[in-house]
Design a protein around this ligand. Sequence first.
Ligand code: SF4
Length: 188
Amino acid sequence: MNLRTTALQWPVLRQLRGGDPQALGAAAQSRHSADLRPRTETAQKVVKSICPYCAVGCGQNVYVEDGRVTQIEGDPDSPVSRGRLCPKGSASKQLVTGPSRQFQVKYRRPHGAEWEDLDLETAMDMISDRVIKTRRETWQDEAEGKRVNRTMGIASLGGATLDNEENYLMKKLYSAMGAIQIENQARI
Ligand code: SF4
């Protein structure tokens, strides 16, 4: 490319000579940016969801390719957020794909100082035993003369990495067990 051709590529000349005097479009585009493609371009499907991080409940579009989440963006159809996500919501793809995500059950014994790895089946048995025992020991048919059918010995505090569907199922499960103290960090 000779000097004259290079000079004609200068943004300010393109701004003056082209049809983009305010440099809001083609005049501001470099050869590099002209080659950039959207990260969502190759997605095979888009799944509607809701950001799990806080009680605002912004709408999300989850882009999926080969069964894997490849991008999460704000959903323009959401009346709550109208396509916007805050930095936490914009980074929520990391909840699924981040290298720090744990895939192994971790257990710290009472008075223990170290985390131990447990297989999932053992962990589920331990949890089931504790839930059944606690429910049996703390069940109340009545309180202050009124029928309550509840346990005050079991509570749930969910975290922000739980998605909408997981929170729905947790509420159903705990209510069915008679627990009434059911919360999520996003509401606190
Ligand atoms: S964390 Fe941010 S993106 Fe997520 S629901 Fe709250 S405000 Fe919306």
